[in-house]
Design a protein around this ligand. Structure first.
Ligand SMILES: NC(=O)c1ccc[n+]([C@@H]2O[C@H](COP(=O)([O-])OP(=O)(O)OC[C@H]3O[C@@H](n4cnc5c(N)ncnc54)[C@H](OP(=O)(O)O)[C@@H]3O)[C@@H](O)[C@H]2O)c1
Length: 252
């Protein structure tokens, strides 16, 4: 990871899966990482492993679906570490359910973490970054953002929201010296896919973390991976609605 200028980073959803792997990789390259999630025991386990490996890690237990708590915590952490260079809104959940059986509780939980949590995390970091004239915001969206997916309607909508928000922020914030990166992974073998059979072109969390950290260092606007599925989803996004509906009904 040559040539990066990151000293500090906050990563949400860093107690497990992709977030823990991203935090571990950033720490390996000298970044002081602050891990955020709800489960203290898991946060401590990830942070201890980073410190044992020679890195710098601290953690804060937090439910990101509480926007007031998130705003206060991000600002406090920014002060504590002497300014956050990088904020990665990674915490997310996916409940797979046919739309005929959707329950509001599932929707509320997903929207609370994927929409409210990600928005509150990134928005809280902006004022201090604007003041410093530098910073990097990252949202972990998904290839599911490209189209409304069957059995994942609310999840794919939450990720489409995140990607659109990041695009708008990028336009606003580039003149203020702030980089905005939209990361869209395909299948990654984490608790989110627990129990699923082998998934198409699935990656391990460490492989996904490598893609994400490389995209951050390269200051990419959007990074969708792995490439073959990313290309397929980009093509799907260009399909007329009727064709997509017919295709998705048959394929999924
Ligand atoms: N896995 C995939 O195939 C895949 C594909 C595309 C995109 N993504 C995206 O990648 C991100 C990470 O997913 P993952 O696969 O690594 O899932 P994961 O292993 O289930 O990890 C989810 C992380 O989010 C945290 N989290 C959940 N609810 C939270 C809340 N209310 N407040 C704070 N933290 C919360 C969890 O920690 P606690 O439980 O300790 O709070 C955990 O650290 C998500 O945004 C997901 O949508 C995943």
């Amino acid at each position: 990871m040559a040539g990066h200028d990151l000293r500090t980073a906050l990563i949400t959803g860093a107690s497990a899966g992709i977030g823990a792997a991203v935090a571990t990789l950033l720490a390996r390259h000298g970044v002081h990482v602050v891990l955020v999630a709800r489960r203290e025991h898991e946060l401590r386990r990830v942070a201890d492993a980073i410190v044992t490996g020679g890195g710098r890690a601290t953690w804060r237990a937090l439910d990101v679906s509480d926007p007031i708590a998130v705003t206060a915590a991000v600002r406090r952490i920014d002060d504590e570490v002497g300014g956050l260079d990088l904020v990665v809104a990674n915490a997310g959940i996916a409940t797979q359910r046919h739309s005929a059986k959707l329950q509001w509780d599932d929707c509320a939980t997903m929207l609370g973490v994927n929409v409210i949590g990600a928005t509150a995390t990134l928005v809280a970091a902006i004022p201090a970054m604007v003041e410093r004239g530098r910073g990097h915001l990252v949202g972990v969206s998904s290839l599911a953002a490209y189209r409304g997916l069957p059995t994942l309607a609310v999840y794919s909508a939450s990720k489409a929201y995140l990607s659109a928000m990041l695009e708008g922020m990028r336009v606003d914030l580039a003149p203020r010296g702030i980089t905005v990166t939209d990361v869209r992974p395909g299948y990654v073998r984490t608790a989110m896919n627990e129990g699923a059979d082998k998934l198409p072109m699935e990656l391990q969390p460490e492989q996904a973390a490598q893609e994400i950290v490389d995209a951050i260092i390269a200051k990419r606007a959007v990074h969708a991976f792995p490439l073959p599925i990313a290309l397929a989803m980009r093509s799907a996004a260009a399909l007329p609605r009727g064709l997509w509906t017919a295709f998705a009904r048959r394929a999924m």
